[in-house]
Design a binder for this molecule. Sequence first.
Ligand SMILES: Cc1cc2nc3c(=O)[nH]c(=O)nc-3n(C[C@H](O)[C@H](O)[C@H](O)COP(=O)(O)OP(=O)(O)OC[C@H]3O[C@@H](n4cnc5c(N)ncnc54)[C@H](O)[C@@H]3O)c2cc1C
Length: 215
Amino acid sequence: MSNVATKVAVVGSGISGAVCASTLARNGVSVAILDSARGPGGRMSQRREITEDGKELLFDHGAPYFTISNPDVLGLIHEWEARGLVAEWKQNFGSFDCIFKQFFDIEKEGLSKKYVGVPGMNSICRALCHEPGVESKFGVGVGKIEWLQAKDLWSLTGLDGQNLGHFNGVVASDKNTCAPRFTSVTGRPTPLGRRALHSFCWLLSHIIFVAFYAS
Ligand SMILES: Cc1cc2nc3c(=O)[nH]c(=O)nc-3n(C[C@H](O)[C@H](O)[C@H](O)COP(=O)(O)OP(=O)(O)OC[C@H]3O[C@@H](n4cnc5c(N)ncnc54)[C@H](O)[C@@H]3O)c2cc1C
């Protein structure tokens, strides 16, 4: 990855990071998505298994579907529908009981329309991660996010110590990048440490302040 500071880094390729990266790219910002997972989707990722008799089975790991409560999001969903990335799910949903080998709690279609990714929930993030202006790197865990005051840039370092480059902006789409839980799980300091978080909040408050005066 180049060190040229013309980019925004988006940490995480789940639905939040993927939509954010796509929106930035459509507005002329060059974006690099970095995700520690093998592929895009986060909690909307999909697993592929082959049965002993060679059948392919696809499992959505997280959200099986989504509904829309915010009318502003509807335009985006219609665009995804037109691109064949999502479709309305008109069948019932149910849970499969592995012990009794039967479906139970079959849910009738509710009032809200239910949408699913086509062919899987990860198709949305996969497509957004490959839009023009978005560079995606998988298997790259961000271990450190530092604000370089002298250079006016963010510096990202991988969990393995690799230099991931310098960026004008960083979007941390996963709260683990600054949550204490990161340390309890990994034994490492959070990527977005207290000092960087302070710089981040300081910058954010100034951006809001400038925006307030500009409006
Ligand atoms: C079983 C289950 C069922 C669900 N059902 C529904 C449902 O029916 N309807 C619904 O609307 N929602 C549902 N959800 C919730 C929905 O899936 C999530 O709210 C949504 O997918 C979260 O998206 P996100 O982008 O915010 O985070 P995530 O999808 O968690 O993405 C965060 C990404 O950041 C990456 N990352 C984190 N830290 C780092 C780091 N340091 N370096 C690099 N990468 C990093 C992770 O690998 C991950 O890919 C369900 C979730 C689960 C688990």
